[in-house]
Design a protein around this ligand. Structure first.
Ligand code: ATP
Length: 420
């Protein structure tokens, strides 16, 4: 086992495509870290750089106290499992699992018995004599995992290992991967774009976007206390409501969030109120999950929004209502593209710096771009009790629990900065 530290790592493909941008991250010895993010954000590239399959353009990869940036893959103590585990087609399951031990010079009897033990843990003991082509997708991935772990790697890297499996198999193998890596106490980096996998498996999640990390924390931290609007929008089903608002400050320093016709007030003791009371007229984004609202009957209660039910969905434990309330919504994918910090490259600094300048990421100050709001009339997504008697077209009043909302600035960062 070993800790991993990525120090300002960047990757430029073909001299012009910045896939990983000045990324720093520490993964503790024995930790299970999930890299989560949308397609193309650089997750696989980062994993391949740690494995040594892709050279870094600049920056340093540390394994414990060893600078591993230029080590060959086999010198890194790293094992990797891909989306589709490529097995040796002419070897049996047992032959596949024991192969790395044979290559390392272990005798066949000991290698065989180690493989059998691992197959037992992975529930593939009954197919040890079968050839890969006769296995199901789930069994094949188990063999690939067994073969990766048989030499007890220091670091275990998994690149979307469950994405080709059906839902039942995914859940089962997910739980087994979690249990096994913790039993072995191996430092694990797991790439996925599936938030459920990330939330259920990780000790910590690093949420990536455009080659950078937007937030890193425990599943509870990134879900309940997201650092940016993008992270808030990426985690959670249904998706968080992101509503465009303008800060209004009254003569008595009372702070309201004006949604254009509807408004909610912040408690004067709320930290965000203290921050925003000097920002009258500033545009912000209010993030509110579907459970931050409560159905009320009085029209004159404070801190409420009103609207008309546009559609209902029955979800078993609760109903989800889509409510038209005339508030502009913000697209989490467009708000606040990543912002650069000063660069100190250890490798090909000039190339990376040139590309970052071209992408407008050279400045240390966040660019204040206009808030991107949709002009359609918002569908506020709200959880309602299943026994609600309301129907489509009903007018509803919803109390907003301001302790459960997040307020983001125009760059997508929380106005009350998140420190972990
Ligand atoms: P996915 O979830 O779809 O696999 P990802 O987050 O793993 O995506 P990467 O595969 O790391 O993303 O790709 C990051 C960016 O780098 C993408 O824009 C991709 O097109 C680009 N890229 C990846 N590999 C290469 C390559 N060999 N040559 C050029 N560009 C590449």
């Amino acid at each position: 086992m070993t800790a991993i530290r990525l120090d300002a790592v960047s990757k430029v493909y073909d001299g012009e495509h910045l896939a990983v941008d000045d990324l720093s991250l520490e993964i503790a010895d024995g930790e299970f870290m999930v890299l989560l993010g949308p397609s193309g954000c650089g997750k696989t590239t980062l994993l391949r750089m740690i494995a040594g399959l892709e050279p870094v353009t600049s920056g340093t990869v540390w394994f414990g106290r060893t600078d591993g940036t230029n080590l060959a893959p086999r010198e890194r103590g790293v094992a990797m499992v891909f989306q589709t585990g490529a097995l040796y087609p002419n070897r049996t399951v047992q032959g596949n699992i024991m192969f790395p031990l044979q290559v390392a010079g272990e005798d066949d009897v000991r290698a065989g018995s180690t493989a059998v033990g691992l197959a037992r843990v992975l529930s593939i003991e009954s197919v040890l004599d079968r050839m890969p082509r006769t296995l199901s997708g789930g069994q094949r991935q188990r063999v690939a995992i067994g073969r990766a772990l048989v030499r007890q790697p220091e670091v275990f890297l998994l690149d979307e290992p469950l994405s080709n499996l059906d839902a039942t198999m995914r859940t089962e193998l997910r739980q087994e991967i979690g249990a096994m890596t913790r039993d072995l106490n191996v430092t694990t980096l797991y790439v996925t774009h599936d938030q459920v996998e990330a939330l259920t498996l990780a000790d910590r999640i690093a949420v990536m976007r455009d080659g950078r990390i937007e937030d890193v924390g425990t599943p509870t931290q990134v879900y309940n206390d997201p650092a940016t609007a993008f992270v808030a929008g990426f985690l959670g089903t249904p998706r968080i409501n992101l509503l465009a608002a303008t800060v209004r400050v009254s003569a008595h320093h009372r702070v309201c969030l004006d949604f254009g016709g509807q408004a909610i007030g912040l408690d004067p003791t709320d930290r965000r109120s203290l921050i925003l009371r000097h920002h009258d007229g500033v545009r912000v984004v209010v993030g509110a999950r579907s459970n931050a609202f409560r159905l009320i009957t009085t029209e004159d209660a404070p801190n409420q929004v009103a609207g008309t039910i546009h559609a209902f969905e029955f979800h078993g434990q609760q109903s989800i209502a889509f409510i038209q309330c005339g508030i502009e919504v913000v697209d989490p994918d467009r708000i606040g593209r990543p912002v650069a910090t000063p660069v100190n490259y250890a490798g090909d600094r000039r190339l990376v710096a040139r590309i970052r300048r071209r992408l407008g990421r050279a400045s240390a100050t966040p660019p204040l771009e206009p808030l991107v709001a949709s002009h359609r009339r918002a569908d506020l997504v709200v959880e309602l009790p299943v026994d609600t008697e309301l129907a489509r077209g009903s007018r509803v009043h919803l109390a907003v629990d301001t302790s459960r909302i997040h307020i983001f600035d125009q760059t997508g960062h929380r106005v009350d900065r998140v420190t972990r």
